[in-house]
Every structure is written in C-alpha cells, then in structure tokens.
Design a binder for this molecule. Structure first.
Ligand SMILES: NC(=O)c1ccc[n+]([C@@H]2O[C@H](COP(=O)([O-])OP(=O)(O)OC[C@H]3O[C@@H](n4cnc5c(N)ncnc54)[C@H](OP(=O)(O)O)[C@@H]3O)[C@@H](O)[C@H]2O)c1
Length: 435
C-alpha cells in the first residue's frame, strides 16, 4: 500500500478525541477507501496530563502547538482548537505556509479568515478543507461543491445551530419558556456554559456565510450577515404560531437576486415561522438541516447531526480521505480570485409575510393605534390574535400575521409606534418562511 498520510492533531477536546477514535476504529476500512493509511503521528492540547479516555502513547506529544507546522514527519495539520483568531489562526497560517494540508472544523475562523487561508493554500498548492465547520456530520459543503456543481442556486437556507433548534423544539413540546429550556440544553451538553454564540445566532451566521460563498460563488462576507438570536422568543409566540399553522425555528437564509452589477446578496439569521408542511418544520432537537434550491436539481434537503464528537469527526476524516486520495479541490469551489464580490441586499426590499408580536398596556384604544400605524405604513393585516392578561401583570399580547408586502413597510409601521406609551416591550418581528 502507498505511503501513509501523516497527521498532526491540534486540540484533543470533543472533536479531537472523536477523530482519534474514528481513525483507530475504522483504520483498515479508511485505508482501503483512501488508497493509503491515515496515520496520526503527533498530538497537542493545553494540558498534557489530562485523561481523555483514549490512549495517546503511540503519538508524539508536542508541547508548542505552533511547532506542528514545521514538522517534517507531518503532511496535514488538523486544527480542532477553535477561536476565530489567536493560536488556531496562527497555526492554520503557518501550516499552509509550510505547504502542509490543513483540515479544520473551526467555522469562526473560516468565516473570518477563510479567503486568506484559501489564498495561502492556493499559493503553496496545499489542500485546505473544512467540511466539519458547517452542520457537523452532514456532507453539505461536498454536496454543494460537487453534487450541485452544475446548478445555479438562488437560495440556501437551513437550521444551522443544534442548540437553538433543541431549545425551540423543546419549548414547542413542553410549553416551557426559553430560560428553562436553555438550562435543559446545557444539562444535556448541547449548549456551552457560555451559550451566547449559539443563542444570539452568531454560530449560525458563521456557517451561513460559508454556505453562501460556496453555493453562490461569492466572496465570503460574514460582516454582512444580519443576525438575530432566539432570546426574545416566548412560549406564547410558539403557541400562537402553532394556532396559525407554524413552528418557530432559527433559520439562516442566504438569497441572491439581480444580475451583474445589480446582483445583491441577503444573508440573515433569524427566528422564522415555518409552515407545518415545510420539511424544516419536522427538524427537531439538536439536528441541523440545509436546503439548497438548484435550477435543475430542484429542492435538496441535507439533514443530520450538526454537532457531537462522532458526526463531526466523520466530516473531519472524510476531508482527510479526500486529501489522501489527492481529490481536494478549491475549498470555496472555485479559486478565490474567481469569487465575485457581492453588495449586501437592502432587507427592506424583501417581499414576504411577517408575524409581529406586540406587548401592550391593557387599555382601550391600543389596538386601534397599532392597526392605524399598520395602515399608515401600508401593511395589510391577514390575521390578528389578542391574548388576555398574562399571569405576571396587566400587559396583553397582540400577535398578527401580515399579507405579503415589502419588509420596509413593517419597519416603517414599527417606527411610527416607536416610543408609544401603549407598547410596554419592544415588538418582535419574525418572517414567515416561504415554501
Ligand atoms: N463540539 C462539536 O460538536 C463541534 C462541531 C462542529 C465544529 N466544532 C468546532 O471544532 C473545534 C473544536 O471544538 P471542540 O468542541 O472539540 O472544542 P473543545 O472540546 O473545547 O476542545 C478544544 C481543544 O483545544 C485545546 N486547546 C485550546 N487552546 C489551546 C492552545 N492554546 N494550545 C493547544 N491546545 C489548545 C484544548 O486543550 P485542553 O483539552 O488541554 O484544554 C482542547 O483539547 C471548534 O472550532 C468548534 O467550533 C465543534
């Protein structure tokens, strides 16, 4: 059999240990499929003495992670440390600079520095792959790069954060509020001790920016992703959505419109109302799902585990197998010089229906004030639900669904109501996902 592909593994946490277990468990099968063995030669983490539940004695321990890039006995550095900048980025740059391959699961780093890394990789003719960075075990980047390569895509969207999906679908099942279900997610190990990146939508935004670049052939633009998390979603919103025929999911949506100079890219992560009949409505728990709509393929749904040691390791090792086979193409599907810069779209131009929830003082005339603002801004109301006093106090909730119209009209209506003493909390707007 041919020479082994020699790996240095930086990071021995959830994913790093998963990679060791997978490489050891399926060693012979991987070698047969890759055409040569994949061999871990060196490992590193912060704490050498920690018991990680795997035998590390056959690997060289490297004290200084950065030294991995210079090792003559290493072909590919696998970065599983995390963080958009700092030691992970330094290692990624120096590994590629030294002509080593780089495999990473680090979506934050790829979203912020992926183009720079892809440029170094191209210059050094070094493979660079990050399948595990988006939707864990789901081979969606491969699916877009290879499976839909012949299609024009105009919309890619999906459930990109398992923590948020677990919290929302459990709120739906139990009727409990956000804080309680977030605690449950933390107890089950789905959410970090500091879950801010997840619940505020940043983690999903990292993944969306990567998906958009690969799917549309546009330059990755994380700063243009408009991001809202799920912290404002209440159990009552879920109940109202249910009564109207929807579930609530945190959805990342990237859509491309216009031609040539007029081409605009809208990238957004927001809680959305998803119709019961839509495939994303059936995606519950920590699962991820990505929908891509190709002009010839039609709608494709990629679904599976978005995180966890085993699924994420599966994606990392799939990248290593590609490299061992000599089959790693351009990380963003085309050379970075061919990626097209694309101006962000004005979200006000979006034509769609929205769910709007107001929390208002329980007194006469409030409903008339809201509906007048809607009328003056040109928003047409399709349905309206007013709920009685809640248990905590005298406020009531008014929820409405608008007819299809430009988003700027809804924004205008909320501006008209801004500062009104009738509103006792900021309104929440959630778009209704188009079928
Ligand atoms: N967990 C998932 O399900 C998942 C899914 C998809 C993608 N990812 C991505 O995969 C990457 C790793 O995630 P993870 O969950 O495995 O993280 P983790 O469990 O926190 O592990 C991080 C590892 O990096 C090591 N490390 C941190 N700073 C270091 C430094 N300066 N020098 C050397 N080692 C250092 C840690 O060492 P010690 O163990 O000694 O502290 C630890 O072994 C992240 O980019 C994450 O976003 C994770």
């Amino acid at each position: 059999m041919a020479e082994p592909l020699r790996i240095a593994l930086a990071g021995l946490g959830t994913v790093g240990v998963g990679v060791i277990r997978l490489v050891e468990t399926n060693r012979d099968m991987i070698a047969a499929r890759a055409g040569r063995p994949i061999e871990i030669v060196a490992v590193t983490a912060r704490e050498r003495g920690r018991d990680r539940g795997v035998d590390l004695s056959s690997y060289a321990w490297v004290d200084d992670m950065q030294a991995m890039a210079g090792r003559a006995d290493v072909d590919v550095v696998v970065e599983l440390v995390g963080g958009s900048d700092g030691p992970a980025l330094t290692l990624a740059r120096s590994a590629l600079d030294a002509g080593k391959g780089l495999v990473t699961a680090n979506k934050a780093m790829v979203a912020h520095h992926g183009l720079e890394l892809a440029e170094i990789a191209a210059m050094r003719n070094a493979p660079f792959a990050f399948e595990a960075a988006v939707a864990g075990g789901i081979p969606v980047l491969k699916g877009l790069r290879e499976g839909t390569a012949a299609n024009a895509l105009d919309r890619i969207y999906g459930i990109l954060n398992g923590t948020c999906n677990y919290v929302l679908s459990e709120m739906e099942q139990t009727g409990a509020d956000f804080e309680e279900m977030l605690r449950a997610a933390q107890e089950k190990g789905y959410a970090e001790a500091d879950p801010a990146f997840d619940i505020e939508g940043v983690d999903a935004a990292h993944k969306l920016a990567i998906l958009a670049a690969i799917g549309f052939g546009t330059r990755i633009d994380f700063d243009a992703v408009r991001t809202e998390g799920i912290t404002q979603v209440r159990a009552s919103d879920i109940a109202q959505a249910d009564a109207l025929g929807y579930v609530i999911r945190l959805v990342g949506i990237a859509s491309l419109a216009g031609e040539g100079e007029e081409r605009r890219l809208l990238q957004r992560v927001r809680p959305c109302l998803v119709p019961f009949r839509h495939p994303l409505a059936a995606v519950t728990g920590p699962t991820n799902a990505v929908v891509a709509e190709g002009d010839f393929s039609g709608r494709l749904l990629f679904q599976g585990a978005g995180a966890g040691d085993k699924p994420t390791a599966s994606a990392v090792v799939a990248d290593l197998i590609d490299i061992a086979r000599g089959q790693s193409g351009a990380p963003f599907s085309v050379p970075t010089t061919s990626l097209v810069p694309c101006e962000p779209a004005d979200p006000g131009d979006r034509i769609g229906r929205d769910y709007i929830r107001f929390t208002v003082a329980d007194r006469p005339g409030v409903l008339a004030e809201i509906t007048a603002a809607m009328r003056d801004a040109g928003v047409s109301i399709e349905s309206l639900i007013q709920r009685g006093r809640n248990a905590e106090g005298g406020d009531v909730q008014v929820a409405m669904v608008t007819h299809e119209g430009p988003e700027r009209c809804v924004t205008k209506a909320l501006e008209l109501l801004d500062g009104s003493p009738s509103l006792t909390a900021p309104p929440l707007v959630m778009p209704i996902l188009k079928d």
